[in-house]
Design a binder for this molecule. Structure first.
Ligand SMILES: NC(=O)C1=CN([C@@H]2O[C@H](COP(=O)(O)OP(=O)(O)OC[C@H]3O[C@@H](n4cnc5c(N)ncnc54)[C@H](O)[C@@H]3O)[C@@H](O)[C@H]2O)C=CC1
Ligand SMILES: O=C(O)[C@H]1O[C@H](OP(=O)(O)OP(=O)(O)OC[C@H]2O[C@@H](n3ccc(=O)[nH]c3=O)[C@H](O)[C@@H]2O)[C@H](O)[C@@H](O)[C@@H]1O
Length: 434
């Protein structure tokens, strides 16, 4: 199948490479000429495990271009994978999706299946149908399909190749597109969930909202565990073994970040309020998430009341491990607060970069740790599990380790004389040693 993927970001580039791997002829287009130049030179523009290898392996099936009209003209299937960021009031900004639909309207000379992969508010795909008709595109020339994406950054390739489901939202009575989608995904072993356009849009928002709510729930439980001397890790294990609850997404910490949970929650809150529904649970989820960084700042200040000129080393910048993405990263929010308290902030991240004043970023973890007054682990990169605490002990001024992800081996850290500070990590003396 000849496909045009519009947008060469995390979702677009991964989709393009995966569909090339499935044997389709893919043109991936982006208006960012720098991105396209790099991709044409053979360098990958994002860090995503396995993506580069797959691209090299299947590059005969994929090309990159800035010429969006030409790619649309040739393709029978068009995937929209442009960003849908957040406006200041929480509403999803659809300017890029609208830009693309105008370009498509000007370029349709044969039938196109237009698939929206971008996360868009409920009713957007119906609106796209209306826009195309208003622009006098013949009804027989297009079908719109909502096919939201559920991949996670850091495991995007794996998630796209082995999804737990493929959600397909169709226009009324459109069986033709379902056949098209089955051909598109041929080779992927996953059940299809078929629904209306709005149904698919809602599934995407409900999925992200539920996962974010699970995290905020655990963060609230961790705050309670903290005062009652209960270990939240025991609680996660205890409740997670119940299949009705499930063991995933129970990791308490500094809160969720990334380009999607925060913006998608805000967007659903906005949409609900517009319909005069007050989404109290979603609002509480967001509020807990926003204030989670403050919980850690309070903990830090209980050990170092005056942060002025204190050297604080922050390990991790990205919003989660295995990605270089720092969009809405809690680590960055924490760094801003430290800077506002006049601390001297040193940072290290295996992949992510962040340039700002009053923060020094190091290329080697040990350089970031020299003479520090406190180590804060802000992202749970595996690399930090293997730190040589014996060596670190000799480098630092003070022995405080604030683990905002509750993921370090506490015994190992304490064995070397560090004070380990987590959230809800009170010691349970009755359990077996880790
Ligand atoms: N990042 C993720 O893990 C996931 C993202 N999503 C959703 O997928 C969508 C895309 O997200 P990302 O890939 O993260 O975004 P991104 O920001 O990484 O990439 C979007 C790309 O679209 C390009 N673009 C914008 N307007 C364009 C136009 N008119 N013509 C051609 N290219 C254009 C931009 O230059 C950019 O390269 C969003 O709606 C997001 O919510 C869904 C699931 C996972
Ligand atoms: O719509 C999207 O963009 C995507 O959003 C999330 O994927 P992603 O943001 O890449 O990463 P997650 O693994 O979900 O983590 C999100 C945030 O929650 C945090 N998190 C995750 C799990 C957990 O138990 N605790 C926790 O604090 C992570 O550290 C991270 O900051 C969803 O998991 C994907 O299914 C979805 O496609």
């Amino acid at each position: 199948m000849e496909i045009c993927v519009i947008g060469a970001g995390y979702v677009g580039l991964t989709s393009a490479v995966v569909f090339a791997r499935l044997g389709h002829k893919v043109t991936c287009v982006d208006k960012d000429s720098e991105k396209i130049k790099k991709l044409n030179e053979g360098s990958i523009t994002i860090f995503e495990p396995g993506l580069e290898k797959l691209l090299v392996g299947f590059n005969r099936n994929i090309s990159f271009s800035e010429d969006i009209e030409d790619a649309i003209g040739r393709a029978e299937t068009i995937l929209i994978a442009v960003g849908t960021p957040q406006l200041p009031d929480g509403e999803a900004d659809l300017q890029f999706v609208n830009e693309v639909i105008l370009t498509i309207a000007n370029t349709i000379y044969s039938h196109k299946t237009i698939i929206t992969k971008s996360t868009v508010p409920i009713g957007t795909n119906d609106k796209l149908v209306e826009i195309l008709l208003e622009l006098e595109v013949k009804r027989s020339r297009f079908h719109i399909v909502s096919n939201p994406e559920f991949l996670r950054e850091g495991s995007a390739v794996k998630d796209m190749l082995h999804p737990d489901k493929i959600v397909v939202g169709l226009e009324d009575h459109d069986q033709q597109s379902l056949i098209k989608l089955k051909q598109l995904y041929y080779g992927i072993n996953a059940p299809f969930v078929v629904t209306s356009l709005k149904g698919a849009e809602m599934i995407k928002y409900a999925s992200n909202s539920f996962l974010a709510t699970k995290i905020s729930f655990m963060n609230e439980m961790a705050r309670i565990c903290d005062v009652f001397n209960v270990d939240i890790m025991d609680v996660a294990k205890g409740i997670g073994s119940d299949p009705r609850i499930g063991s995933e997404f129970l990791q308490a910490g500094i809160g969720y970040g990334g380009s999607c949970f925060p913006k998608d929650l805000q967007s659903l809150i906005y949409t609900s309020k517009k319909q005069e529904i007050l989404p109290k649970l979603l609002m509480a989820t967001e509020e807990i998430n926003q204030t989670q960084v403050d919980v850690y700042m309070d903990k830090l200040k209980s050990y170092i009341p005056n942060l002025t000129d204190k050297k604080i080393t922050v390990l991790g910048l990205s919003f989660k491990p295995n990605t270089d993405d720092i969009r809405s990263s809690p680590a960055i929010r924490l760094i801003h607060k430290l800077v506002a308290h006049n601390a001297k902030v040193h940072v290290y991240d295996p992949k992510a970069k962040y340039e700002t004043t009053n923060v020094i970023q190091f290329h080697h973890v040990n350089d970031a740790l020299n003479d520090t007054d406190c180590i804060i682990v802000a992202t749970d990169w595996d690399e930090f599990l293997y730190l040589d605490w014996n060596d670190i002990k000799r480098r630092v001024n003070e022995n405080i380790v604030l683990d905002t992800r509750n993921f370090l081996n506490r015994n190992k850290v304490e064995k070397h004389g560090f004070t380990y500070v987590g959230l809800g990590r009170s010691r349970n003396e009755t359990k077996l040693p880790e």
